[in-house]
Design a protein around this ligand. Structure first.
Ligand SMILES: *Cc1c(COP(=O)(O)O)cnc(C)c1O
Length: 361
């Protein structure tokens, strides 16, 4: 089976993890700090705080941003459910906004004036243009789980040029992996401090020389810590980020050429100077998706659907909205199919995917 996505692990990654296994620190040690420093270099943000998962990063960002039960948080229905769940974890209400067919992201101009927070999803790795927000909510959190290595005209995704915080995931299907893991970047000293406290049970040391053991619990925190083992892998993976994203872009270009004569709708490309797509996913829209899905799977091609829109889930039925309220998302979702996209996919593998798709159509 050629999967839709998979990690690329080399001997340097293995050596990096093994080295940390013999060190004094398996967690809460210097490799976590080194990984955070590398994320700061990569993104250009002032701070990076690493987490046990992308979901924990989103949850902590919502908490650190002060979102709560009085707040309404907008996000995209065409995303992994964690984007919306992050608001619910802190008791906030969710409002889903229909997507823009030219980007598959939410149209920044469509964010209503009455929302308190925005979880901005960069679908498939194409950055939502937050510079075009007309109504900037009080708290803007980027869900950049797909978008490490992507760029906007304002610089790398993660520099928080138009947001308060930017969240990444390092799950193995994402562009760089730590096994499980995530991170939040921010330019705010105060948010960075709250993120660190939230990650570690709400603990803040008092710094009292007479009682050096003493600490306070300043908020409801969690154990959202990442380990040094995971960060050793992450550091080694970040060495290859440019190469990974470059190969993803090459594969995307090649898909666009190879699929040009087929009866499929290709996902929107990066448009505009200075925009770089990260191509976490390469999605097409096909007629008769159920049949194509089954035929591709029979041929050993592990196609997937990203995503079942969030308003279709029973856990979100209390929003009182459904498919009729999201005509664009429904039109896109109706034929959506993710083709294999990962750096180790060879040109020959890709030719095989295209051959199987051509046959199944
Ligand atoms: C993967 C993903 C997440 C969650 O990340 P985990 O590391 O799996 O917790 C959140 N949002 C989006 C859009 C994702 O793709």
């Amino acid at each position: 089976m050629i999967p839709y996505g998979r990690q690329s692990i080399d001997a340097a990654d293995v050596d990096a993890v093994v080295r940390v296994m013999g060190s004094d620190w398996l967690t809460q040690g210097p490799t976590v700090t080194a990984f955070e420093r590398r994320l700061v270099e990569q993104t250009g943000a002032a701070h990076a705080v690493a987490f046990s998962s992308g979901t924990a990063a989103l949850h902590a960002a919502a908490a650190a941003g002060g979102l709560g039960p009085d707040d309404l948080v907008a996000t995209s229905p065409l995303s992994f459910v964690a984007s919306a769940n992050s608001a619910r974890y802190v008791g906030a209400r969710v409002q889903l906004l229909d997507i823009d067919e030219t980007t598959y992201d939410v149209d920044p101009a469509s964010v209503p004036a009455d929302v308190d927070g925005l979880v901005a999803v960069h679908y498939a790795g194409l950055p939502m243009d937050l510079g075009r927000l007309v109504n900037r909510p009080r708290v803007v959190i980027e869900d950049a789980a797909h978008a490490i290595g992507a760029r906007t005209p304002d610089g790398p995704v993660g520099n928080c040029a138009h947001s308060d915080m930017c969240c990444f995931s390092f799950h193995p299907v994402k562009t760089v992996t730590t096994g499980e893991g995530g991170a939040v970047t921010t330019n705010s000293d105060e948010l960075a401090e709250r993120l660190r406290v939230t990650r570690h049970h709400g603990i803040r040391p008092l710094g009292d020389p007479d009682e050096p053991w003493a600490y306070d619990i300043v908020s409801l925190g969690y154990n959202f810590r990442i380990t040094d083992l995971q960060c050793a892998l992450g550091l080694s993976q970040l060495d290859k980020l440019e190469r990974f994203v470059e190969r993803r872009n090459q594969l995307a270009e090649r898909y666009r050429e190879l699929l040009a004569d087929l009866d499929v709708v290709l996902m929107p490309p990066a448009a505009g100077a200075g925009v770089r797509h990260a191509y976490h996913l390469f999605a097409v829209r096909v007629p008769d998706r159920a049949r194509v899905y089954a035929a591709m799977r029979d041929e050993g091609i592990g196609v997937q659907v990203h995503y079942v829109p969030i308003y279709r889930f029973s856990a979100y039925s209390d929003l009182g909205v459904g498919p009729d309220d999201f005509p664009v998302t429904e039109r896109v979702y109706g034929g959506l199919l993710s083709l294999p996209m990962f750096p180790a996919l060879t040109d020959a593998d890709q030719d095989e995917v295209v051959r199987a798709l051509r046959a199944s159509l």
